[in-house]
Design a protein around this ligand. Structure first.
Ligand SMILES: NC(=O)c1ccc[n+]([C@@H]2O[C@H](COP(=O)([O-])OP(=O)(O)OC[C@H]3O[C@@H](n4cnc5c(N)ncnc54)[C@H](OP(=O)(O)O)[C@@H]3O)[C@@H](O)[C@H]2O)c1
Length: 242
């Protein structure tokens, strides 16, 4: 019998990378998705070097490509094992007044964060629903529950994720599939690039949430009984009040 797999989007760095390593260290097989093939291969190699009990399987894929996502999920199911958990984590952000944002950047944010989540979920559900089993964890943001000046497109995409998940949670109860959404404030990851996209908060990014805290939360959700729904969790550092 094939071993169940956890599919994580955005696994080449930040929260996704930390989550892939933690789950593999707990013996889960992880399909690690992102666009950066080299980083994913390095992550898989690290898993092997550290002799983690679970395998990290790299898939270089863009979540904005629905056909590629469908094919990727099919490959995971056929060659590695059923996708028992999907973590929709891939995202991009740009901190800029909306009127100054290029339409290309607007599209990249909404397409990656919202439509990418929807495409991955759609592909995975084709397999989870017939099995009547599965868990989906979406990494949204506090930008999904409030407005943040300078992040209008990001807020639109993250609010969209929350609305999508609210509807989906209800739809999937009869299919025994759980959907949970995590809405964090700032996390200390490479999402914030000091040169190209600095963290707009007033403190140093290192004083905000650490990726391991989000990983702990995902692991907690995955360990909960099937009959309980954790619909939405909002958390933020005290130096960034929402
Ligand atoms: N950092 C924060 O302050 C913060 C706060 C609240 C919520 N979040 C959320 O937390 C999640 C993780 O973010 P992070 O901070 O870990 O960001 P990160 O370090 O920038 O990582 C983002 C990941 O998404 C991948 N990605 C981006 N666009 C993609 C695409 N089109 N197709 C496939 N993969 C793509 C990136 O890989 P490639 O570039 O290799 O594709 C990377 O692995 C995101 O949903 C983010 O919105 C972050």
């Amino acid at each position: 019998m094939k071993t169940p797999t956890t599919l994580i989007t955005g696994a080449s760095r930040g929260v996704g990378e930390a989550l892939a390593l933690r789950l593999a260290s707990e013996g889960r097989n992880v399909a690690a998705l992102a666009r950066s093939k080299d980083k994913l291969e390095a992550l898989a190699a690290r898993g092997r070097e550290e002799a983690l009990p679970g395998t990290i399987i790299p898939f270089a894929v863009d979540v904005r490509e629905p056909a590629a996502m469908t094919e990727c999920v099919k490959q995971v199911e056929d060659c590695h094992g059923p996708v028992e958990v999907l973590v929709n984590n891939a995202a991009v952000v740009q901190n800029i007044p909306f009127a100054e944002q290029s339409l290309e950047q607007l599209d990249a944010i909404v397409d990656s964060n919202l439509k990418g989540t929807m495409y991955c979920t759609h592909a995975v559900l084709q397999h989870m629903i017939p099995r009547r089993s599965g868990r989906i964890v979406n990494i949204s943001s506090v930008a999904g529950v409030r407005g943040i000046a300078g992040q209008a497109s990001y807020c639109a995409s993250k609010h969209g994720m929350v609305g999508f998940a609210d509807a989906l949670t209800q739809e999937l109860v009869p299919h025994n599939i759980q959907v949970a959404t995590i809405c964090p404030g700032a996390i200390d990851t490479p999402l914030w690039d000091p040169e190209k996209n600095p963290y707009p908060g007033e403190v140093d990014i290192s004083e905000t949430i650490q990726p391991g805290e989000i990983v702990d939360l995902v692991c907690y959700l995955l360990s909960q009984p099937e009959h309980t729904t954790f619909k939405r969790i909002v958390l933020f550092p005290h130096n960034e009040w929402h």
